[in-house]
Structure formats: C-alpha cells, structure tokens
Design a binder for this molecule. Sequence first.
Ligand SMILES: Cc1cc2nc3c(=O)[nH]c(=O)nc-3n(C[C@H](O)[C@H](O)[C@H](O)COP(=O)(O)OP(=O)(O)OC[C@H]3O[C@@H](n4cnc5c(N)ncnc54)[C@H](O)[C@@H]3O)c2cc1C
Length: 245
Amino acid sequence: MTDTPEPTKAHFRDDVTVDLVKSAAADSDVLFAARVSTAGEQSLEEITKDPERSKGLINYLMRDRHGSPFEHNSMTFFISAPIFVFREFMRHRVGWSYNEESGRYRELEPVFYTPGESRKLIQRGRPGKYEFVEGTPEQHALTTRVMEDSYRQAYEAYQEMLAAGVAREVARSVLPVGLFSTMYATCNARSLMHFLGLRTQHELARVPSFPQREIEMVGEQMEQHWARLMPLTYAAFNKNGRVAP
Ligand SMILES: Cc1cc2nc3c(=O)[nH]c(=O)nc-3n(C[C@H](O)[C@H](O)[C@H](O)COP(=O)(O)OP(=O)(O)OC[C@H]3O[C@@H](n4cnc5c(N)ncnc54)[C@H](O)[C@@H]3O)c2cc1C
C-alpha cells in the first residue's frame, strides 16, 4: 500500500466581507461644516430643526461640488478580500488610510478566491469598455478546478520553504494574488464617494465606470454601511449622478 499525500487544506471563497468597525459620520457633520461659513458655531438642535432646509443644503453642496463639508466625518472598515482587490483599492490615495496584515510577521492562511456561479467569466469588447457575459457550466468548472489546483500547489511550495527555515518574507513570493488578505481602511464621505463613483456601476451614475467585479463587491458593502449613517448625503450623491463633490 502506498501513502497518498494529504491534499493541502485550503479554504476557497467566492465572497468578500466588509465590516464597519468604527464611525463618526452623520449628515449633521456636513451641515455643521457648511453653516460655519455663514452662521458660525451652531447647536445640533438648530441644525436639525428644519429637515427640508438641511436636505436642500446638502443637495446644493453636492450639486455645486462644494466638497470640503463632506470631509468632517470618519468611517473605518475591516475588509477581507483577495490581494488583487487591495492592489486596486490602494490606488485611492486621497482621504484614505490603510493598514494591511503582514506577510513578513505572520504565516499567511491558505484562503483563496474562486469566482462564484454568478460571476460573469467571459470578457468581450475593447479595453476600457468591456462587457462581461455568463460563462458556461464547463467554463466555471474548469476555472474552479484549475484555480484550486494552482492555489494548492503554490501553498505547498510556501509551506515547504517555511518548513526548511526560509523566512516568511522570502517564501511568500510564490503565493498568488487570489490569496485573501485583510486590512483596515479609513475614509470620509468625500473620499468614499470618489471611490464609489469609480469602483461601482450604477444606473444613476452620470459618468459610467467599468470596475472589476470583485472590488465592486467591496464597494457595494461599504456603500450600504455609509447609506445608513448618512442618508441625506447618500441620497444627494445618487441624485447628482454619483460624482464626488
Ligand atoms: C475602471 C478602472 C480601471 C483602471 N485601470 C487602471 C490601469 O489599467 N492601470 C493603472 O495604473 N490604474 C488603473 N486604474 C486606477 C486609476 O488610474 C486610479 O489610480 C484610481 O482609480 C484612483 O483614482 P484617483 O487617482 O482619482 O484617486 P485618489 O488617489 O484618491 O485621488 C483623488 C483625487 O485627488 C487628485 N489627485 C490625487 N493625486 C494627485 C496627483 N498626484 N496630482 C494631481 N491630482 C491628484 C485627483 O483629482 C484625484 O482624482 C483604474 C481605475 C478604474 C476605476
């Protein structure tokens, strides 16, 4: 009898997660900041006593792109997503702070991305304006099988090097961009709106964008959290074509 090696224990995911871990963000923050220019310091009571006027002011600021009142708030998200998503995410430099788990100080877990059944697999069209269409069941099965095999092989190579005493920062070179990572990302409503304008597709967008689906999945979850915190600002963003002020 021959010993068959145990397959690498890997975990495959087709989702991303976004938790709102901390926030200080409300529509009243926008109103305070905007009204200081005309009325000086104000109480929350004064700010909230005329909801229609508040809604109108936020809409005016959004429409005329008076952006700075939307910066006096903060949201911290804990995001779990593949490394290729974080590569795109960290291109957003302004109004964002990031801290990501380290591949130097800890052993990376074998958690990898495989596209779910609803992920459109086939790309048509030209750069910058691709259209994605459904893959066949065979294409999905092949993609899953090839990805899983490749991920296992890469992780085995990583483990072999670690077992031989090679430093984590050297061994990690063999790991693919489909590996999951985690990070804290802190932003404000203005920087989030800029992100959402570029990284989501939406029927109300005045300037359509064509983001990769996986970063859009992250964006959609951040958007839901933000919409609950700042409903008037969120409504004004949509009403004005989802262009950051
Ligand atoms: C669909 C899509 C496809 C993409 N494809 C590619 C690609 O193929 N290759 C690639 O490299 N990137 C690509 N990107 C990334 C893109 O080029 C931007 O880096 C990313 O969207 C971040 O946008 P941003 O610079 O506006 O954001 P931020 O860095 O957050 O900047 C916000 C705003 O601040 C101002 N600003 C920031 N830095 C400067 C500066 N140095 N000088 C002047 N003004 C500044 C600008 O007004 C900018 O819009 C793509 C993005 C999208 C959405």
